[in-house]
Design a protein around this ligand. Structure first.
Ligand SMILES: [Zn+2]
Length: 787
C-alpha cells in the first residue's frame, strides 16, 4: 500500500507500498511534501517564521488551484446507468455531452444489471460506444424477489458514497423508476450533489410509480418527456423553472434513423416475401400481478391472429414469471409450425424498429407499442392492463378487457393496414439539444436547497375527533300548528342555525317552503363546515316512521293526511330522511340529549297547546300496531268530563292542555271571575292560560281550583301510564311543564300503586325538544338502524 495514499488519500487503497505513480504525479502528493517540509522547518526554525512560511505556501497553493478552476469552468456531469433500458435513453445524452468537451466533463458510473451475466453483460454496449466507464459497482443481490431488490438498494447505498466522493460531479443524471436509480438519487441528495431526473412525472402503475415520484422529490432538476408528465411534476410541487419538457432522448435517434433505405431487406430477412404494411408484429408479456389472466389474453390473441390469417412476426415473451406458460400455450396452438407465423426469441433493436415502423399493425402489451410505435404512426392494439396509465397517441386502440377472441379480431380488422400521423407525445427528436442547453443554464452558485412550490392552502382547521363529531350535523324540520321551523343541529345537540316561518295552509305551499328552507340551511352548512348527514322531520299527527308518511294529521295542520314526506325531500336534497311525530321526537331528544340519556325506560309528556308525548321502552320508542301508541293526550281520566278535540270526552288534553286552560280562563273572564287585585291586564289582551296561572298565584280560588283539577287529571293520566309500562322516569316538557311538575309528583305519591309511588318526575332542560328529536333520528346510530 502506498504510504502517501494512507496519509493523504485513504480511498485509494489499491496502491502499493512505495509512493505510487499516481501519488508522485498528483497535486496531493506535492501538497504532502510541502506539509512535510513545513513540519521539518517548524522543528529547526523559530515557530513564528515557520508558521508564516507555511501559511504563505498554503495560500499560494490555494490561489493556484482557484486559478485552475476559473479557467476550466467545465460542468462535471456524471451519468449513472443501471441496465440496457435506461442506457438507451441515457446514451444519446452521453454522446451529446461527449461532443462538447469544451463545456462538459463526462463521468460514467455503471451499476445494477449491466454487470450481470444473465442479463448479457450489457456494460459492453457502453464500452463499444467508446465511453470510459469511471466506476463499475456490483450492486445486484441475486434472488429476483422483493427482498433481493431491497438488499440491492442497500448494497448500492453502501458502495455509492465512495464513488461520488471521488468523482464529486456537479450534477448526477439519473433515469426513470428503477430501484437502482432510487439508490443513486438517495445517495446524491444526501451528499449535496445536484440531480437531474429523466422521465419524471409519468404514470405507469405498480411500484414503479412510487419510486419514480420519490426520485423526482429528491431531484433538483427534471427533464420530462410529455406535457402531462410536466403538469404532474408541477402538481407535485416541483419548481416549474427547474422542469424541462424535453421529450424522450431515445426519440432523437428513432426519428432520425427510422427511414432506412434497406428496410425491405430487413423485413424480408425476418418474414420472407411480404409487402410493407401487410404484416403484423405481436409482442405480449406476462403481467406479473395477474399471471393467469394475462395467459388467457395471450391465448385469445393467438386465436384472433390465427383466424386473421396475416403474416405475423411473433416475439417470445420476456423472462418474467408466467412466460413459460405462455410459451406452452403458443406451442399447443402450433404457432411455430404455422406458415403464417414466424416466432423469434430476439431481434436486434435497430432491426426491430424497422419492423415495427413498416408493420400493418402491432399487437400486444409492450411499451414499444405505446411509446415508440407512435413515432412511426404504426397502428397498435394494446391488450389488457399492463400499460394502463401511459399516455398514448391516436394510433393505439385499447382492448383493456380482452375477454373474447371476437373483440381482438374486430380490433385487428379496425387497425390493420391503417396509417396514423406521427405522434409527438413522447418527443419531437430534439430532446438532447434541449437537455444540453438546460445543463448549461444550471447555476452552480444557486443554493442547492430545493424549494417546493406548494399551492395556497385554505386555512387549516384542526381535525381531531371532537372536531369531526362537531361537524357532523342534521337538518331538522319541525311542523307545528303555527310555525314551520328548520334547524342545523350538530352531533352534540347544539343548534347551529335556525329558520322560522309561518306554516302555510296548503299542502303544495308547505312542501315548497320546507324544501326552500332546507336548501337555505344546507348552503349555510356548507359555508360553516357542517357535514349534513340527513334530514329529520318532526310533525304533528300520526306517522308511519318506517315509510316516512304522515297518516293522519291533527286539526292544527290542514291538508296533511296520507302525505309521503320522505320521497320528495330525499329526492330534492339527495339526503336520507326520517319522520316521526312531535311527541315521539321529544322523547328521542330526551334520550340523546336530555334527562333520558342512558335511561332504558322512560316517558316524556309534553304539555303545550295540546298534550303529547313518547314512551321509550327498552331503549326504543313504542309505536304500536297502527302507530297510535303514546297518544298520551287522549288518555281518559273520566267518563263524562270536558269535550276533547278528538271528539271524545274526559281526555287529559281536555283538562290540562294550554288550550283547555285558555278555555277555562276565558270562561272565568267572561263571568268576570278571573281578574284579582294586583293583576295587570289590558282590556284588548287575548286571554291565555298564563292569565289563569297568574290569577291562581295571586290567590284567585276559582283559578286555583281549575289548575288543581287540571294537574290532578294530568297526574292521574300519568299514573295510568306508570301502571301500564312501569318506566323509571317521567319527563315533563312544554311551556306548562314547570308548573305541573310538583302537583303531578304529589298526585303520583298519593294515588299510584305503591311500587310506582317513588318514581321521579322531572322537568326537561331542552329548549327545542321537537327539533332536537328530529335531529337525533339522523345523528343517533341506534335510532337510524331502528327506523
Ligand atoms: Zn281526546
Amino acid at each position: 500500500m502506498c504510504v502517501i495514499c494512507v496519509a493523504v488519500n485513504s480511498t485509494a487503497l489499491q496502491h502499493y507500498r512505495k509512493p505510487c505513480l499516481m501519488c508522485v504525479l498528483c497535486v496531493k502528493y506535492k501538497t504532502f511534501l510541502v506539509e512535510f517540509c513545513c513540519v521539518f522547518m517548524l522543528q529547526s526554525l523559530s515557530i513564528w517564521k515557520a508558521k508564516k512560511l507555511y501559511y504563505l505556501r498554503m495560500q499560494g497553493n490555494r490561489e493556484k488551484m482557484e486559478g485552475q478552476n476559473q479557467c476550466k469552468k467545465k460542468l462535471r456531469v456524471c451519468v449513472a446507468t443501471c441496465n440496457r433500458a435506461d442506457y438507451s435513453k441515457l446514451a444519446p445524452i452521453m454522446f451529446g455531452i461527449k461532443s462538447h468537451p469544451d463545456e462538459f466533463e463526462l463521468e460514467v458510473v455503471v451499476l445494477g444489471s449491466h454487470l450481470i451475466d444473465d442479463y448479457g453483460n450489457t456494460f459492453r454496449m457502453i464500452e463499444q460506444d467508446d465511453f470510459d466507464i469511471g466506476s463499475k459497482l456490483h450492486t445486484i443481490v441475486r434472488g429476483e424477489d422483493e427482498a433481493a431488490m431491497v438488499e440491492s438498494v442497500g448494497l448500492a447505498l453502501v458502495k455509492l458514497p465512495d464513488v461520488l466522493q471521488r468523482l464529486r460531479p456537479d450534477i448526477l443524471v439519473v433515469h426513470g423508476d428503477r430501484f437502482d436509480a432510487l439508490a443513486l438519487a438517495t445517495a446524491a441528495a444526501l451528499m449535496n450533489i445536484r440531480i437531474l431526473h429523466l422521465e419524471g412525472g409519468e404514470v405507469s402503475g405498480t411500484i414503479d410509480d412510487s419510486i419514480r415520484h420519490a426520485i423526482s422529490k429528491l431531484a433538483h432538476y427534471h427533464a420530462c418527456c410529455t406535457r402531462r408528465a410536466e403538469q404532474h411534476l408541477i402538481a407535485m410541487c416541483e419548481d416549474h423553472s427547474r422542469i424541462l419538457l424535453a421529450g424522450c432522448p431515445s426519440y432523437d435517434k428513432l426519428l432520425s434513423t427510422h427511414h432506412r433505405d434497406d428496410h425491405m431487406d430487413i423485413i424480408k430477412s425476418w418474414l420472407g416475401d411480404v409487402k410493407e404494411h401487410d404484416y403484423i408484429v405481436a409482442l405480449q408479456h406476462p403481467v406479473t400481478t395477474d399471471i393467469q389472466h394475462s395467459i388467457k389474453i395471450y391465448g385469445l390473441m393467438l386465436d384472433a391472429l390465427l383466424s386473421f390469417k396475416k403474416r405475423t412476426l411473433i416475439l417470445f415473451p420476456n423472462i418474467d414469471a408466467g412466460s413459460k406458460e405462455m410459451v406452452r400455450v403458443m406451442r399447443k396452438k402450433g404457432i411455430e409450425q404455422n406458415p403464417n407465423f414466424r416466432a423469434v426469441k430476439h431481434i436486434p433493436f435497430e432491426q426491430f424498429i424497422q419492423l415495427v415502423c413498416h408493420a400493418g399493425c402491432m399487437i400486444g402489451n409492450s411499451s414499444c407499442g405505446v411509446r415508440e410505435a407512435g413515432a412511426f404512426g404504426t397502428p397498435v392494439i394494446n391488450l389488457g392492463t399492463r400499460q394502463t396509465g401511459r399516455e398514448t397517441g391516436e394510433n393505439v386502440l385499447h382492448v383493456r378487457d380482452a375477454d373474447t377472441h371476437n373483440k381482438i379480431y374486430h380490433a385487428l380488422e379496425l387497425q390493420f393496414g391503417k396509417r396514423y400521423p406521427c405522434s409527438k407525445i413522447y418527443g419531437d427528436g430534439s430532446a438532447v439539444p434541449r437537455i444540453l442547453k438546460f445543463l448549461r443554464t444550471i447555476d452552480l452558485d444557486e443554493p442547492l436547497q430545493k424549494t417546493f412550490c406548494f399551492p395556497p392552502v385554505k386555512e387549516c382547521i384542526s381535525q381531531d375527533i371532537d372536531h369531526i363529531l362537531e361537524t357532523q350535523s342534521a337538518l331538522s324540520v319541525d311542523l307545528g300548528g303555527t310555525n314551520l321551523r328548520v334547524a342545523i343541529v350538530c352531533m352534540r345537540g347544539k343548534i347551529v342555525n335556525k329558520y322560522t316561518k309561518p306554516n302555510p295552509k296548503t299542502f303544495e305551499a308547505r312542501m315548497e317552503l320546507i324544501l326552500e328552507m332546507c336548501r337555505e340551511a344546507m348552503q349555510y352548512a356548507v359555508h360553516n363546515n357542517c357535514r349534513i348527514l340527513g334530514v329529520g322531520v318532526s310533525t304533528g299527527g300520526r306517522v308511519n316512521p318506517q315509510e316516512g308518511i304522515v297518516l293522519h294529521s291533527t286539526k292544527l295542520i290542514q291538508e296533511w293526511s296520507s302525505v309521503d314526506l320522505r320521497t320528495p325531500i330525499s329526492d330534492a336534497l339527495h339526503l336520507p330522511v326520517w319522520v316521526d311525530n312531535d311527541g315521539n321526537c321529544a322523547a328521542l331528544a330526551e334520550k340523546k340529549f336530555g334527562h333520558g340519556k342512558g335511561v332504558e325506560n322512560f316517558v316524556t309528556v309534553i304539555t303545550g297547546t295540546g298534550i303529547g308525548g313518547g314512551i321509550i321502552h327498552h331503549n326504543e320508542l313504542v309505536h304500536g300496531s297502527t302507530f297510535c301508541a303514546a297518544e298520551l293526550g287522549h288518555i281518559m281520566v273520566s267518563l263524562e268530563g270536558p269535550e276533547c278535540s278528538c271528539g271524545s270526552r274526559g281526555c287529559i288534553e281536555a283538562y290540562a292542555s294550554g288550550m283547555a286552560l285558555q278555555k277555562e280562563a276565558k270562561r272565568l273572564h267572561d263571568e268576570d271571575l278571573l281578574k284579582v287585585e294586583g293583576m295587570d291586564m289590558k282590556l284588548s289582551e287575548p286571554i291565555t292560560a298564563a292569565h289563569l296561572i297568574n290569577a291562581a298565584k295571586l290567590g284567585n280560588p276559582k283559578a286555583n281550583a281549575v289548575l288543581n283539577k287540571a294537574a290532578t287529571a294530568l297526574g292521574v293520566g300519568i299514573i295510568n301510564i306508570l301502571h301500564i309500562v312501569n318506566p323509571s322516569l317521567v319527563i315533563l316538557s312544554g311551556v306548562l311543564a314547570s308548573y305541573y311538575q310538583a302537583p303531578v309528583q304529589h298526585t303520583i305519591s298519593e294515588r299510584a300503586l305503591f311500587s310506582v309511588q317513588s318514581i321521579k318526575v322531572v322537568t326537561s332542560d331542552l329548549e327545542e325538544p321537537a327539533l332536537l328529536g328530529a335531529a337525533s333520528m339522523v345523528l343517533d346510530y341506534e335510532t337510524r338502524r331502528i327506523y
